[in-house]
Design a binder for this molecule. Structure first.
Ligand SMILES: Nc1nc2c(ncn2[C@@H]2O[C@H](COP(=O)(O)OP(=O)(O)O)[C@@H](O)[C@H]2O)c(=O)[nH]1
Ligand SMILES: [Mg+2]
Length: 220
């Protein structure tokens, strides 16, 4: 059987209020589909995907932990922050409240995660503001891209607007965050596989992609 090859495994967490589309972003990433009525997440769910980071010539295995955004699960989800290299902090562009609450999710991340973790702020559901469908229940944007971008900059986060429904910017979000993490690894910020959220492949680390064998990584 052809093995799956990768250079790095990067652990990501997806966090933010309930209903902003965290599970939908993960399903879009891993299964390329969208569910209008997904089951609410209980505790934590998991998804995995290989992506190629073009400029870096690296294949990254994303291990994504999708957390429940309700208060009752907050104490459970906190323990998952600890080993993450990347975080998608998600709000809904049509919900100002979810943007305001993003600050306290970020506080949680800062308190419990690796201080070098790469965080990308995602304004999800931009499709709802595109207003193309006549008679649709299109909702008004409550957070401008400009405001969100400024806040992201101030907090040292990357930023993108995305849509789990249309797929816009979903893979790019993970790609941008992964690229940032790879730069940190190169710069010695993350200590390869000694950082819990970053694991270097033993079988093919550092080998040019063209020559990567089909050996399985050290964990799958
Ligand atoms: N229009 C639109 N709806 C979305 C989008 N992402 C999620 N939803 C819907 O928002 C609701 C909550 O999504 P879910 O992924 O369960 O949110 P979670 O609680 O953050 O995991 C569901 O009805 C989804 O179909 C999106 O990008 N656009
Ligand atoms: Mg969910």
């Amino acid at each position: 059987m052809a093995g799956i090859t990768w250079h790095y495994v990067l652990k990501f967490i997806i966090t933010g209020d309930a209903g902003v589309g965290k599970s939908s972003l993960l399903i879009r990433l891993t299964d390329q589909r969208f569910l209008a009525n997904p089951d609410p997440t209980l505790g934590v769910e998991f998804g995995s995907k290989l992506i190629k980071i073009p400029d870096e010539e690296k294949i990254v295995k994303l291990q994504c932990w999708d957390t429940a955004g309700t208060e009752s699960f907050r104490s459970i989800t906190r323990s998952y922050y600890r080993g993450a290299a990347g975080c998608l902090l998600v709000y809904d562009v049509t919900s100002r409240a979810s943007f305001i609450h993003a600050q306290s999710w970020l506080d949680d991340v800062r308190e419990h995660a690796d201080p070098h973790l790469t965080c990308i702020l995602i304004g999800n559901k931009v499709d709802l503001c595109e207003d193309e469908m006549e008679g649709s229940t299109s909702r008004r944007r409550e957070v401008s891209a400009d405001e969100a971008e400024k806040w992201a900059k101030k907090e040292g986060m990357l930023f993108l607007e995305a849509s789990a429904k249309s797929g816009r910017n979903v893979e790019s979000a993970f790609e941008q965050a992964s690229r940032d993490i790879l730069h940190k690894i190169k710069g010695g910020v993350f200590d390869d596989d000694r950082s819990p959220g970053v694991k270097l492949s033993k079988s093919n680390g550092g080998v040019a992609l063209d020559h990567v064998s089909n050996k399985q990584g050290c964990c799958s």
